[in-house]
Design a protein around this ligand. Structure first.
Ligand code: HPA
Length: 275
């Protein structure tokens, strides 16, 4: 089966369950941030394990299901748990869920993640204004998905300016300090070395993580509007004296979760008002 056939196979296996529900906004929740899905008016859920051929998330703290429902009046699909390249999936599989949500009808992709801070510290939130994906393979390598987009997509405005201003306004109204910066994706699963973090800083990155940029590439390819927020879970390696652990990342994300939930809810409502 080609990656494209695999995608349509997944879609065929869930189309019936959607019962005509068309999400406007697709959200991907990062490590420790999945609790947001409990806040929405849930209509139904689909576990990843129910979807024929769908890659299963193996990361602790990632639940592994699509949640369908309403945030305010906005029909949304939320990925509670994402698929990471470092789990051993191909890049095509890693980004399959984004394309699947596009097939479901989502026009906007709202990305979230827990990230290491290069310019910012634990507990801060960063609106992603641009990205560096050079350190992980492009998800568009291989035969082009012509029905989704062009072979050589433009990348001059991956993160949509209007969505960004809506997110900024929502943060301001809620009194939440929202930083801004560039996200760099590594393949993981190892954290970076201090020398790599220094390099990323020189290259202009403000936060580092193991997801998101590849998802933004396929969403951009597929004509979706994109915005994203990083929840800074720790200072990137070498910027503090402590060695990093996944437990620390999860704990920091847990601590940020209540404010994060408010921010995302406000941001989604603000985006809905302008789109
Ligand atoms: N590096 C990469 N990914 C991460 C980090 C980090 O420091 N923290 C959370 N995700």
């Amino acid at each position: 089966m080609t990656p494209e056939e695999k995608l349509y196979n997944c879609y065929d296996s869930i189309k019936g369950k959607l019962n005509g529900f068309t999400p406007k906004i697709a959200l991907i929740l990062g490590s420790g941030l999945g609790a947001l899905a409990d806040e929405i008016d849930v209509k139904f859920t689909i576990d990843y394990s129910e979807i024929d051929g769908f890659p299963q998330s193996t990361v602790q703290g990632h639940k592994g299901r699509f949640v369908f429902g309403y945030m305010g009046d906005v029909p949304v699909v939320i990925m509670q748990g994402r698929v990471h390249y470092y789990e051993g999936y191909s890049m095509h599989d890693t980004v399959l869920p984004v394309r699947l949500m596009r097939l479901m009808g989502a026009e906007i992709l709202f990305l979230t993640n827990a990230a290491g801070g290069i310019s910012f510290g634990a507990g801060e939130f960063m609106l992603i204004t641009d990205q560096i994906s050079t350190f992980s393979p492009s998800p568009l390598i291989g035969r082009n998905f012509d029905k989704f987009g062009t072979r050589f997509p433009d990348m001059s405005e991956i993160y949509n300016k209007e969505l960004n201003s809506a997110v900024r306004n929502a943060a301001r109204e809620l009194g939440i300090d929202l930083k801004e910066g560039v996200y760099v994706q590594t393949t993981g699963p190892n954290f970076e070395s201090p020398a790599e973090v220094k390099m990323f800083k020189i290259l202009g990155a403000d936060a580092v993580g193991m997801s998101t940029a590849c998802e933004a590439i396929v969403a951009n390819h597929a004509g979706m509007k994109i915005c994203g927020i990083s929840c800074i879970a720790n200072l990137a390696c070498g910027l503090s004296d402590n060695p990093l652990t996944h437990a620390e990342v999860m704990e920091a994300a847990d601590n940020s979760a209540p404010v994060f939930k408010k921010l995302i809810k406000g941001a989604v409502e603000a985006i809905a008002r302008i789109s």
